[in-house]
Ligand binder design. Structure first.
Ligand SMILES: [Zn+2]
Length: 493
């Protein structure tokens, strides 16, 4: 913040001009986001609440008795019950304990819940990272409920469970939750963990000097558990559920100079598509204008659209979504579920109805783009840690243990280059369409020297560190083993 003595020397006209410029810039940024949304919308990439309701069809929805708040013991009991009642499609595990010793539970829902199936993407939802923002926590319980109850009965849900490994963590901050109180509209009691650290500021930051006091001095147990978790599973897509307003924000959360302005990732259009897929399927999140149903909860500087770049909204250093994007293969967005952080239980049914199709539609996004398996041409064994690059300077991802990979992409034509220090690189051109994931497999030839990898891939790795979206210059070598366009999870409108 600027010292007040300095402000006295700045002419009023300069201040006014700066203010006007700032407002102009804000409207331009908003406009460009809405233009991009319009463009993606014209490609029919988004579905509305009503369209999703038709696509999903009839299903056994959450029973009214469940629309209650559940403390840690009740949550533990509920998750245990689901895992016992639906043992074929669930697997309950803990990624560690909070500082006060509460388990950080995750329930997997999938047709083969105890193992990673080659080619099947792993998805995650994380709720209640801020302990007093509780709607995500409860909504995740309701999501578990409908996925379990309707498996084998509703076609849409059955396909989703069969084709996706869905990890659901209702609470990342159970200690904070235990201090939070029902009825808290916009408070902070219970937001942080028991060491008073804001877990969404506690991850290693892109710009460490931007960390604030609330980031804490050390990586907290809850944060470390999540970081380990991301090394254990090849997550592809994720959402982190918060509360305080109604929108979706996406990386980056921080800019090099910590300024409040748009800081797009090289995958900006993809993040806009992912975020708006959630917002558009919500009953009102997508609508321009004030974010809250209760006018007293609207802030003047709140975004007026249902989605926003994190740094454009307000810069955050050490947030979880940036860490996911920079350090893992997982693309994560942050959903602000509603304006009241800890609403009274009587509001939960209404809130679930607003969000249920968004939560399903967002999971489907894990099945869009390109996926495949990278194998050794001679042995046909999968190659782990191969690098997969998209020819637009975008993020480079790596293959999982079995050689399988997933690269989320918007529709378009891309050059996919695969490389590994012990293999010759390959490049293929692929046409990604709207609803289907394109399967693209690679069989790589071993090389005796690492020179070819260095020459082919060194340039790509350099490119990936910039935000320049220029086409890759890596030469195309061979073509792929097979390309086949396959199914998506639902038959869309
Ligand atoms: Zn939050």
């Amino acid at each position: 913040m600027m010292p007040s003595s300095l402000i006295l020397f700045i002419p009023l006209s300069t201040i006014l001009l700066a203010f006007v410029r700032c407002e102009d810039q804000q409207s331009q940024l908003s406009q460009s986001t809405s233009l991009l949304v319009d463009q993606l919308d014209s490609e029919k990439l988004f579905r509305t609440y009503d369209q999703l309701r038709d696509t999903v069809g009839d299903f056994d929805d959450v029973a009214v008795e469940l629309f209650e708040h559940h403390d840690h013991d009740e949550l533990t009991q509920l998750l245990t019950n689901y895992s016992r009642q639906y043992p074929n499609i669930t697997h309950l595990y803990s990624i560690g304990q909070s500082i006060q010793g509460r388990e950080l539970w995750v329930l997997i829902i999938s047709d083969n819940p105890r193992e990673h199936e080659l080619g099947e993407p792993e998805f995650k939802y994380v709720g209640n990272m801020h302990g007093n923002e509780v709607v995500g926590r409860e909504a995740l319980i309701y999501l578990i409920d409908i996925l379990c109850k309707n498996y084998g009965k509703n076609e849409y849900i059955s396909r989703m469970v069969n084709e996706t490994r869905i990890h659901i963590m209702p609470s990342m901050n159970p200690d904070g939750y235990s201090a939070a109180r029902e009825g808290d509209k916009s408070g902070v009691k219970g937001r942080n963990n028991v060491e008073d650290v804001d877990l969404n500021r506690n991850f290693p930051a892109r710009f460490p000097s931007h960390r604030r006091k609330s980031s804490g001095k050390t990586v907290q147990l809850e944060t470390a558990a999540v970081m380990r978790w991301l090394q254990q599973y090849p997550f592809v897509l994720s959402a982190n559920l918060h509360g305080g307003t109604t929108l979706v924000n996406y990386p980056y959360d921080d800019s090099p100079d910590s300024a409040r302005r748009r800081e797009p990732t090289p995958d900006h259009a993809l993040f806009v598509k992912l975020a708006y897929s959630y917002a558009r399927a919500h009953s009102r999140m997508w609508k321009p204008g004030a974010r809250c149903l209760r006018p007293e909860l609207n802030y003047e500087r709140d975004p007026q659209l249902g989605i926003i770049n994190g740094a454009e909204w307000y810069p955050v250093a050490g947030g979880m979504q940036d860490w996911n994007y920079v350090h893992t293969n997982c693309f994560e967005v942050t959903v602000e579920m509603n304006c009241v952080k800890f609403p009274f239980a009587r509001e939960l049914g209404f809130l679930w109805n607003e969000h249920k199709y968004s939560m399903l539609a967002y999971i489907e996004e894990v099945h869009k783009g390109v996926k495949g398996v990278i194998v050794d041409k001679e042995t046909q064994k999968g190659i782990a840690n191969a690098s997969i690059s998209v020819g637009r300077g975008a993020k480079i991802i790596s293959s999982a243990e079995g050689g399988d990979y997933w690269r989320l992409l918007n529709p378009g034509v891309y050059q996919i280059t695969v490389g590994h220090p012990h293999y010759e690189s390959q490049t293929a051109t692929v046409n990604v369409t709207k609803d289907a994931v394109v399967e693209l497999n690679f069989a790589l030839n071993q090389t005796t020297s690492t020179d070819s990898f260095k020459s082919e891939f060194g340039a790509l790795i350099d490119q990936s560190t910039t935000t320049d979206a220029s086409p890759t210059t890596a030469s195309s070598i061979a073509v792929i083993a097979s390309t086949l366009v396959s199914r998506l999870i639902a038959s869309h409108v």
